[in-house]
Ligand binder design. Sequence first.
Ligand SMILES: [Zn+2]
Length: 334
Amino acid sequence: MRKDTDELAGEAPLIERSFDGIRAGPLPPTPFARWSSGAVTDPSSIYRRTFVPERDGVRNARVFGPYIEDRCLCGKYEGERERGVCCEKCGVLVGSTRLRAERFGHIALPAPVPHPWLEEAIVAKSGMDRRTFDAVYEGSWAVVDGEPAAVSSWMDRGVALERDALWGPWALRERSDRPDWWIDVLPVLPPALRENVDDREDLQPDLDALCARARLEGWNLERPPPPDAAQLVAPRAMDKLLIDVVRAAQRLRESVDDDAPMVLRAFEARALRDSLKALFGPPTGARRSGRRLIDLCSARARAANNDGAEEALVALDRTLFAAGFARLDAAPAP
Ligand SMILES: [Zn+2]
C-alpha cells in the first residue's frame, strides 16, 4: 500500500510511524557520521585491466574493507598475524572480507538535496509552486526578503546577491522548517550487501569473490581470463547509479568552486538531484528484497552492540532511509 509522501508532511513526527520494522524518523543533520568508514570520491568501480577495485571508487577497499581475506590491497601485509593492521601504503585494513558487508561509506554532496521521497512534501511546505521551487533550487531564482524572484530582475533593481547566502539549495534549506529532510551526506551501502537489494542482480555472481579470484589466480587481459571474468567488465546496476551520483557531485562542486556561470551551475544542480532520484527510485519501487537487507543489517547491529542496540537500530534505520533503502510504504502504520 502506498503512503503518499504528502501525508508525511503533517504535524505528526515521522519517528512515530513504524513500517516494516523501520522507523523512518527525521534525518539527523549529519545522519550517520559514525557509521561511515570513509568517503567515496572517485566515479569508478573496478579497474578493468587488473580486476582491482579502483582507489576511492564505489567498491574501494580502503573504505569498505579487504576483498581478499587477511590481505591489504597492495599485498604488503598478509596473513592472520597481521589482522587489524591498517597498511600505511594502501590504507586498507587487514581483516575478514566480511567487513565488506558491514562497512558503510558516504558521498559528501556539494549542496543539500531534498530527500527524493520527501521532495513533494518539501515543495508543499515551502509555499512555492513546483516551478518556482525548481528555479530557486537551480539558482535562476533567488529568495530576497522572503520573496522568490528571478535573479535577473533583482539584479536589474540593483540588489547584490551574495553567492553563498542566497544560492539555490542552501537558501531553500535555510527557509525550510524541516532541514532534516535534506541530505548532504549520502550513505553508501556496503558492497557485499548491494547485491542483496538489487533485484536485477539476483543471478550475478559475487563481484568481490570474482575480484579476489582474479587477483589470486593472476587473470589478465593478455591471457584470456575465464568466461565469468566478463562479468567484471560491466559495472553493476547499483554501482552505476552510485558512480553517477559521485560524478554529478564532483561536477557541481567544481562549478561552484570555479564560480561558473549560473546556467551551468543550474544544470549541474539539476543533474545531482536527478542522480539521487535515480538511485533511490520511487518509494514503491522495484527493491522488493530491501526487506532482506534491513533484516540483515538489524541482526548485525543487534549482535554487534548489545548495550546500545536500540539506539544503534534507530541510527541504522535512519541511515538506510537516508540511503534510499528503508521504504515508506512497506507496512501499514500502527
Ligand atoms: Zn597495503
